[in-house]
Design a protein around this ligand. Structure first.
Ligand code: ARG
Length: 552
């Protein structure tokens, strides 16, 4: 571009693209107050006073939480009802790192959709059915005690669980010495115990046939475990509208098999299992097993039934599943089968997948249960905080340490693309100065200390013309765009990086724009800027699933 002529409020620029030449006229108005050009560069000067005034207006009107949410950008996103299914741990097994990731990612997606005005249904789909209950039930029959289950349900279930795991040959971390003793004792007894294996099969059959003894035991196991999960969710600040589970769709799964049959989609394999052929040329090169040879259904069959049932019950406009990437093929098959069955709404289903967390360790050992991670995050944070004098003023330092510790976990998890695996690193994630959740909380708490007046005190926007002010204002202006990006690809990193950058800008502002000692009007204007930045920071943190602390 080459400047040609500057005349009154317009600038004429000539532009050459290939062999074509254009002359165009750029007009100043009250938003762009000046336009200038040198060869190859056009400068637009934004009216800083207007920028400050427009942008900071909502923060004096008690509309802090609506900031950035009425953007036209959002018009292309799916509106209506969004069902988000997340966390979905397995009953009577411990919650692991993958479930933690699913929990915080799903919570973020649900929060985001909700802020954008969708009706959101938060669903937990428990792994509460399957052969593992045969093993657990049989284990309980042999080693369990109804009294102990009443007195100390979790501990006892855990002991039996160790037994159960032994039978299913899954490695299970054993932390408690009592459990270790049971494990060792049972290990000796149970090796090659065919009777026990048979007992497991029998118990599961009784369960499938709804025999009351089996069902009531299963119900107890489920209730106990859900109670424990609820406690973890409360600590994480996560909740669910619906606790569903695989068990709910046991009978419907059989109906699904019928429907597949009547639509001609079900084939019998050489092994006698029921399969759906998903290969493009129908040459059975890509099949999905939906029925075992003994007539029982599988994980995917229950998922097909569950999806259809949810559509009928909640008539969602979109449904989002959050699990680790090992289940990518599962969900792709699920959506393909639903479409083949004529459920075109399956186009509105998405699977958000995430990578592995490597090296999650506590001081006590290699593999950990989620509660231990939360406890350690709190303890480490409390220790770091004890070095600062403001900690002594806190009413409940444990509670603050818990919230800050959890923000550290969340930011570490959300910084990169969800698909990537990452290395769990306590020291890095808890740094107060780096790009961490602690830094976000620290910035928020420091802003709160400034006594930001949220009332509609008039302020003079022309007093916010410093470069540091403009940088913050321009950054805040991008908030809607960042939410839009996150809503499109369902990745929290856009919002995380936006908030971290905001905190760096705020740190410069604390240095360059003192409030104390400035003339009243200047102080007032700066406070308004800080108050706006603080609100956007808090809003963004809440969407990520972080509870901002006012003091730390
Ligand atoms: N319970 C499963 C697991 O822990 C996750 C369930 C995911 N959701 C689903 N609809 N299949 O691996």
């Amino acid at each position: 571009a080459v400047p040609v002529l500057k005349k009154q409020l317009s600038l004429f620029v000539s532009l050459t693209v290939g062999n074509s030449h254009f002359i165009f006229q750029l007009k100043q108005d009250n938003v762009v107050e000046d336009i200038s050009a040198t060869r190859g560069i056009i400068n637009f000067k934004v009216n800083r006073k207007l920028l400050a005034q427009k942008l900071l207006e909502p923060f004096g009107n008690g509309e802090d939480d609506k900031f950035g949410l009425n953007s036209e950008l959002f018009n292309t996103l799916t509106t209506g009802t969004t069902l988000v299914e997340y966390s979905s741990p397995n009953i009577a097994k411990k919650f692991h790192a993958g479930h933690l990731r699913s929990t915080i990612i799903g919570n973020f997606i649900a929060n985001l959709k909700q802020s954008l005005g969708n009706d959101v249904i938060r669903m937990n789909y428990l792994g509460d059915w399957g052969m593992q209950f045969g093993l657990l039930g049989a284990g309980f029959g042999q080693f369990g005690s109804p009294e102990k289950l009443k007195q100390n349900p979790l501990q006892h279930l855990f002991e039996v669980n160790v037994v159960f795991v032994l039978y299913s040959n899954v490695f299970f971390p054993v932390f408690f010495s009592f459990a270790l003793q049971v494990y060792v004792r049972v290990n000796k007894e149970a090796e090659n115990n065919e009777d026990m294996k048979q007992a497991a099969r029998d118990f599961f059959r009784q369960l499938e046939q709804h025999e009351s003894h089996a069902v009531s035991l299963w119900q107890q196991f489920r209730d106990i475990t859900v109670k424990e999960y609820r406690h973890i969710y409360e600590r994480l600040g996560v909740h669910f509208d619906v606790y569903s589970g695989e068990s709910f769709h046991q009978d419907q799964a059989q109906e699904v098999v019928q429907q597949l049959q009547s639509r001609g989609l079900l084939k019998t394999s050489e092994k006698g299992t029921g399969v759906v052929d998903l290969s493009p040329n129908r040459d059975v090169t890509n099949v999905c097993t939906v029925l075992r040879s003994d007539g029982t259904t599988l994980y995917i069959t229950r998922d097909i039934a569950a999806a259809i049932n949810r559509k009928e019950k909640y008539s969602f406009d979109e449904m989002i599943y959050v699990t680790d990437k090992s289940q990518e093929n599962h969900f792709s098959q699920l959506f393909q089968i639903l479409l083949a069955m004529g459920h075109s709404w399956a186009d509105g289903c998405r699977h958000v997948s995430f990578g592995l967390v490597q090296g999650m360790k506590t001081r006590t050992g290699e593999v950990v249960f989620l509660e231990d991670v939360l406890d350690e995050a709190r303890a480490r944070m409390l220790n770091n905080m004890s070095k600062s004098k403001t900690t002594k003023e806190l009413e409940n330092p444990e509670d603050t340490a818990e919230k800050v510790g959890i923000s550290a976990l969340i930011i570490q998890d959300f910084k990169g693309p969800l698909q990537s695996d990452y290395k769990f690193d306590w020291d890095q994630m808890l740094q107060a100065q780096g790009d961490t959740g602690v830094f976000l909380q620290y910035t928020h708490a420091r802003l709160c200390r400034q006594d930001i007046c949220v009332e509609a005190v008039a302020f003079d926007p022309s007093l916010l013309s410093e470069q540091t002010c403009t940088a913050i204002l321009q950054h805040l202006l991008r908030y809607d765009e960042v939410l839009y990006q996150s809503a499109q690809d369902l990745q929290p990193k856009h919002l995380v990086n936006f908030l971290l950058k905001l905190c760096h800008l705020i740190a410069s502002a604390h240095r360059d724009l003192p409030v104390k000692g400035s003339p009243e009007a200047v102080a007032q204007a700066r406070l308004r800027l800080f108050s706006g930045a603080c609100s956007v920071l808090a809003n963004g943190m809440r969407i990520l699933g972080i509870t901002p602390v006012n003091k730390m």
